[in-house]
Design a protein around this ligand. Structure first.
Ligand SMILES: Nc1ncnc2c1ncn2[C@@H]1O[C@H](COP(=O)(O)OP(=O)(O)OP(=O)(O)O)[C@@H](O)[C@H]1O
Ligand SMILES: [Mg+2]
Length: 444
């Protein structure tokens, strides 16, 4: 059985929700007032006005009935018609008042007919169809049928829609004012959301808390959190660069001394170790620098994937590059070019280290772009996949004993780069090649 979730039908943005909260009651109020008003108008006002007409007709009927002859009745009727401003006529030969007629949608007409009937008895008919602006009433008397023509405006209030129009206009004005206010209240929240999102992607946008007190508070909390984080990152960078830099000087000295004693058999092995240490220091420096300083640019992802493959090929590696068949019109994404290259090179480097066949493919989806690096190596067990992304973490070395001195920063850097772009790094199994499948997913 399908379960209906009311939240699915709620508008998603804060602005439209707030607007709904303001506008919905306004519309309900309008509808309620309109119903009550229309009811009051037709049921109340029309009945009251009809009653006075009925009374005037009753007087005329009385005058006719009490006249000794029909001629006298005619004369009295003429005298009466003038002050009542109601042309009346007595037809002596006719004895039937005929049928009442009205249009089906003429609600006030129904009230009018009912009211005249109840006050004048059954012998009355009302015609509202012949001339819509006139009410033609026919009433039986002792001397024939009395007919009168009454302008409709005397029975039904004029311009009954005016109130509704005024009300609709007032609500439009209210809605416009409410919308303007809402917009102003929601802008600070949007601003805060935007700077937080940008910071999550590694950009520090200028921001000043504004708006209602609660939003200001959230804003200044965000600011102090951001500066604390920035300070921490800066300290980490400074420490790592400092240490790496300081270590480099004695290393260089050692290299020089080693070069002087080239003949010694141990010198060669030591030289290799020193070179490894230098490479590790470079990796530390890279990691410490992170992607700071590099500004995102609008870069072509196809060109980037080619670039990464070319760089590895130049190093003598073989890479199977798979680009989208039909190149989409918009393959460009905002990203830090060098950082993204470094992340991909780390992934490709891993695959080359741990496998032999390597494939780099690019997938462009509507909201994201995916760089997928696959290989035919041993892969990473599922329970280790989160762990290996941590800095300085390497899995057991038995499988890559003689494959260079890694420090365990490659995946960590790649993940940092992904996060700095608001993306992710996912590790899985390659169904085609059987090894690791690393997916660097960036939003576009
Ligand atoms: N393609 C792969 N196939 C199998 N295991 C992998 C693969 N890529 C990474 N690993 C495992 O994950 C660990 C961490 O990888 P990471 O790239 O972070 O460090 P590293 O390659 O050992 O060193 P570095 O990249 O810093 O030189 C590796 O030690 C390796 O055990
Ligand atoms: Mg690596």
């Amino acid at each position: 059985m399908a379960i209906i979730d009311p939240k699915r039908y709620m508008p998603r943005s804060l602005f439209s929700r707030a607007a709904l909260i303001v506008i919905l009651p306004l519309i309900i109020l309008q509808v309620l007032v309109s119903i009550v008003f229309v009811q009051r108008h037709f049921e109340g006002v029309t009945r009251q006005m009809s009653r006075s007409i009925a009374r005037e007709m009753a007087v005329a009927q009385q005058v006719i009935n009490t006249s000794p002859t029909a001629e006298i009745a005619q004369l009295r009727l003429i005298n009466l018609a003038r002050p009542l401003a109601m042309p009346m006529d007595l037809a002596e030969t006719v004895s039937d008042v005929g049928q009442s007629r009205r249009r089906w949608f003429d609600l006030s007409g129904r009230a009018l007919v009912e009211e005249l009937r109840s006050l004048l008895g059954g012998e009355v008919s009302v015609d509202l169809v012949d001339d819509p602006r006139m009410v033609s009433v026919r009433l039986a008397t002792e001397k024939g049928v009395l007919s009168a023509l009454i302008p409709r405006v005397r029975v039904t209030a004029t311009n009954p829609h005016q109130l509704l129009v005024v009300m609709a206009l007032a609500s439009v004005i209210l809605i416009v004012i409410a919308t303007l206010f809402l917009r102003n209240q929601i802008r600070p929240i949007l601003d805060l959301a935007n700077v937080s999102e940008a910071f999550g992607k590694g950009r520090s946008l200028p921001y000043r808390p504004s708006g209602a007190e609660e939003i200001r508070r959230a804003g200044s909390t965000f600011l102090s959190m951001r500066s604390r984080l920035e300070r921490q990152i800066e300290q980490r960078t400074q420490m790592l660069t400092g240490v790496s830099h300081d270590l480099r000087t004695p290393l260089t000295r050692m290299k020089l001394s080693l070069e002087l004693m080239e003949d010694e058999p141990e010198a060669k092995a030591m030289m290799r170790d020193v070179n490894d240490m230098e490479a590790m220091l470079d990796a530390f420096l890279d990691f410490a620098k992170g992607d700071h300083g590099e500004e995102p640019i609008f870069a072509d992802t196809v060109a980037l994937a080619r670039d990464v493959a070319d760089r590895s090929r130049r190093g003598g590696a073989e890479i199977d590059l798979r680009l989208p068949d039909h190149r989409p019109a918009d393959a460009s994404v905002m990203l830090r070019y060098n950082a993204t290259c470094r992340a991909l090179q780390n992934l490709v480097g891993n695959s080359l280290n741990y496998g032999s066949e390597v494939r780099l493919s690019l997938r462009l989806l509507p909201k994201t772009c995916e760089f997928i690096v696959e290989d035919d190596g041993p892969g990473i067990p599922e329970d280790k996949r989160d762990e290996v992304k941590k800095p300085f973490l390497r899995l057991d070395n038995s499988r890559n004993l003689n494959k260079g001195g890694g420090v365990g920063l490659g995946l960590s850097i790649a993940q940092d780069v992904a996060h700095a772009h608001g993306g992710t790094l996912e590790l899985g199994d390659s169904s085609d090649l059987g090894g690791l499948k690393a997916t660097l997913r960036l939003p576009r």
